[in-house]
Structure formats: structure tokens, C-alpha cells
Design a protein around this ligand. Structure first.
Ligand SMILES: NC(=O)c1ccc[n+]([C@@H]2O[C@H](COP(=O)([O-])OP(=O)(O)OC[C@H]3O[C@@H](n4cnc5c(N)ncnc54)[C@H](OP(=O)(O)O)[C@@H]3O)[C@@H](O)[C@H]2O)c1
Length: 314
């Protein structure tokens, strides 16, 4: 079992990654920028200081890097801070990991693509259409060209519970994140739910549960994976197909679902990729698993919702 340092553990995906890696016997140390009370061992570090980061990861085999400046409007308002919150931060973490011989796993996004492909594989060249996609692509290059040992793991359409925030983010946006639980919450409360459909929003993806991202990161560290990986669900779905599958798996009435364009207030001040579906077949084969179909992903999410514990598929 590996000794893994983790950034972003207070966040949506990072908390689940910490929970899954810990449950599988890895020794997880969460690196945070402020004192926080987490269910896993944690240490406050100065993310601006490579030497402090190096000391924090000195006894680690690997660093899973998930932290980002996650504020779409804010990154346009202060592009230098955004660059540092993605590319600068990633570079400092790489330098610290390289200094102590730790492998790096960087979680990236399907928004590095321009949205004109379908089920694109790990060799597809990114062509980001907005600042978030650009900064993630630039951070990927830092990892791919600077890490002594490491990989980039692209994820998209991520569904799951927030492990350390009771309410968690659960509203629909122009991406696929949080979509399923937003729909489930509404229909279980007796409300109708409007699925946004519009050519200017993210409309096709390969959803994956965050629990599975944790499992695949563990497998990738165990396998000593290098290069670009796709952690993708096994089914490319439209927003409408995802809503229909959600109703089937969660036993909800699809007649309570409406379809309409998003309100103007939900639109982002930049283009959004249309089809960001990815093929994860090659990655799954490398890690000795499979790409799980949407019904399995949703079944895992239903179990997580029922018991409060992430349920990886691999
Ligand atoms: N959510 C999705 O649907 C999705 C889809 C594709 C890819 N991803 C990728 O998955 C990763 C995790 O995303 P998420 O949605 O879980 O993010 P999130 O919930 O917004 O969490 C962001 C994390 O980054 C930390 N952070 C922010 N700025 C930092 C800084 N300057 N130094 C150190 N830590 C900092 C935050 O810590 P504080 O608590 O201190 O603020 C928090 O732990 C990201 O790399 C993202 O690009 C996410």
C-alpha cells in the first residue's frame, strides 16, 4: 500500500478520493492551506513554498494533485491569480514531488477538449475553448514534461456526494457535474426538474462517480502508470439520456422531468465544449478493470446516497 499525499481533500472529489484510498489501506495525508478538521490525517502547508511542500511529502510514495482555483468567473477577473492557482501550483507540487522521488497523479478534465469529438481517446490533442480548459491543459503539460514519474487522469461528468460538506454542491450547471443528485433531490422533494438542453452547453459526456476516481487513482499509482489516462464511464450520454437513466435506476417518474434551455444567469462568460465524452477503454485495460456503464455508475451513486459511503466499482 502506498503513502499518498493528497491536495484538494476539502473539495468535492478530493474528499471521496481520500475516503476510498484510505478504505483500501493506503496511508493518506491530506495537504491543506488552512487548519481543517478532516476524517483523514492532514497537514497545513504553504502551497507557495516548494521547500515546505517538499518537507510535507518527504516520506510519500505519491502525490495526488486535485486542488484548483475553482471559480470560473473569478479566474477571468484575475487571470494571473488563476494561472498561479493552476499552473504555478502544479509546478510547485511537481518540483516538491521530484525532489523526494514521489510519483504524481494529476486529476484533469474533459474540458481540455473543444467538444467536437466523440468518445475521444487518451491520444486526442486538447484544444480548449475557455480559460479553465486552457489552464488545465497547461497544468497537464507541466506534469507530462516535468514529472520524474507521473500521470494525468482526465475525468468528466463527475457524480457523487461531498464528503465533508453536508449540503454539498447539488445544482445543475452548464457542465455535467452534480447533475444526477440535483435531479434526484428535486424529484424526491415532489418538485419537477428541468433538464437544460442547448447547443451552447456541455451536452454529451461519459459520467463517472467520484468513488471510482478514487479507486482508479489507487490502481494507477499501484501500476506505476505514466502519461495520459482517461477515467471515464462506459456510456456516452446526452443530458436527456442521463436524466432518463437516473429515473430508471432511482425509481423516479420521468414524467416529472422537463426539457428547456438554461436561464441566461446560468451561462458562463465563455464558450463551453459540447461533446466531451471520452473513451477510457485503454486506461481501464492498463489498470485491469473495465469502463462501467451508466447503470452501474448510477447504481454506485444510489448506494452512496443510501449509506453515505462511496462505493467504487473497480
Ligand atoms: N467537479 C467536477 O465535476 C470536475 C470535473 C472534471 C475535473 N475536475 C477536476 O477535479 C479536481 C477537483 O475538483 P473539485 O470539483 O473537487 O474541486 P473543489 O470542490 O472546488 O475543491 C477545490 C479544492 O482545491 C483547494 N484549493 C483551492 N485553491 C487552492 C490553493 N491555492 N492551494 C491549495 N489548495 C487550494 C480547495 O481548498 P480550500 O478548502 O482551502 O478552498 C479545495 O480542497 C480539479 O482538479 C478539477 O479540475 C472536477
Amino acid at each position: 500500500m502506498a503513502r499518498i499525499a493528497l491536495t484538494g481533500a476539502t473539495g468535492f472529489i478530493g474528499g471521496t478520493v481520500a475516503a476510498v484510498l484510505s478504505a483500501r489501506g493506503h496511508d493518506v495525508l491530506c495537504l491543506t492551506r488552512r487548519p481543517v478538521d478532516l476524517p483523514w490525517p492532514s497537514q497545513v502547508v504553504d502551497f507557495a513554498d516548494v521547500e515546505d511542500l517538499s518537507r510535507a511529502v518527504a516520506d510519500r510514495d505519491a502525490v495526488a494533485h486535485l486542488a484548483i482555483f475553482n471559480d470560473f468567473h473569478g479566474m477571468y477577473a484575475d487571470r494571473r491569480a488563476a494561472y498561479d492557482g493552476y499552473v504555478g501550483l502544479t509546478r510547485r507540487i511537481l518540483d516538491a514531488a521530484n525532489a523526494v522521488g514521489a510519483r504524481v497523479g494529476y486529476v484533469s478534465t474533459d474540458w481540455v477538449f473543444d467538444g467536437t469529438g466523440h468518445l475521444v481517446d487518451e491520444d486526442e490533442t486538447p484544444n480548449p475553448v475557455n480559460l479553465y480548459g486552457y489552464l488545465k491543459t497547461a497544468s497537464e503539460l507541466v506534469v507530462l514534461h516535468r514529472a520524474s514519474s507521473g500521470f494525468v487522469a482526465r475525468v468528466g461528468g463527475v457524480q457523487g456526494l461531498h464528503q465533508t460538506q453536508a449540503a454539498g454542491p447539488r445544482s445543475q450547471d452548464v457542465g455535467f457535474g452534480y447533475f444526477v443528485l440535483a435531479l434526484v433531490d428535486a424529484l424526491r422533494s415532489g418538485e419537477r426538474f428541468t433538464v437544460w438542453e442547448d447547443p451552447a452547453i456541455n451536452s454529451v459526456a461519459t459520467p463517472i462517480v467520484s468513488a471510482e476516481i478514487g479507486a482508479l487513482l489507487g490502481l494507477a499509482f499501484d501500476a506505476g502508470a505514466e502519461g495520459v489516462l482517461h477515467f471515464a464511464g462506459g456510456t456516452a450520454v446526452t443530458r436527456r439520456e442521463l436524466a432518463e437513466a437516473t429515473c430508471r435506476v432511482f425509481g423516479l417518474d420521468v414524467a416529472q422531468v422537463d426539457f428547456a434551455p438554461p436561464p441566461d444567469s446560468a451561462r458562463l462568460p465563455a464558450p463551453v465544449p459540447y461533446d466531451t465524452s471520452m473513451s477510457g477503454a485503454r486506461t481501464a485495460a492498463l489498470l485491469g478493470t473495465t469502463t462501467w456503464p451508466i447503470e452501474d455508475q448510477l447504481g454506485s451513486l444510489a448506494a452512496e446516497l443510501a449509506h453515505g459511503i462511496p462505493v467504487p466499482l473497480s
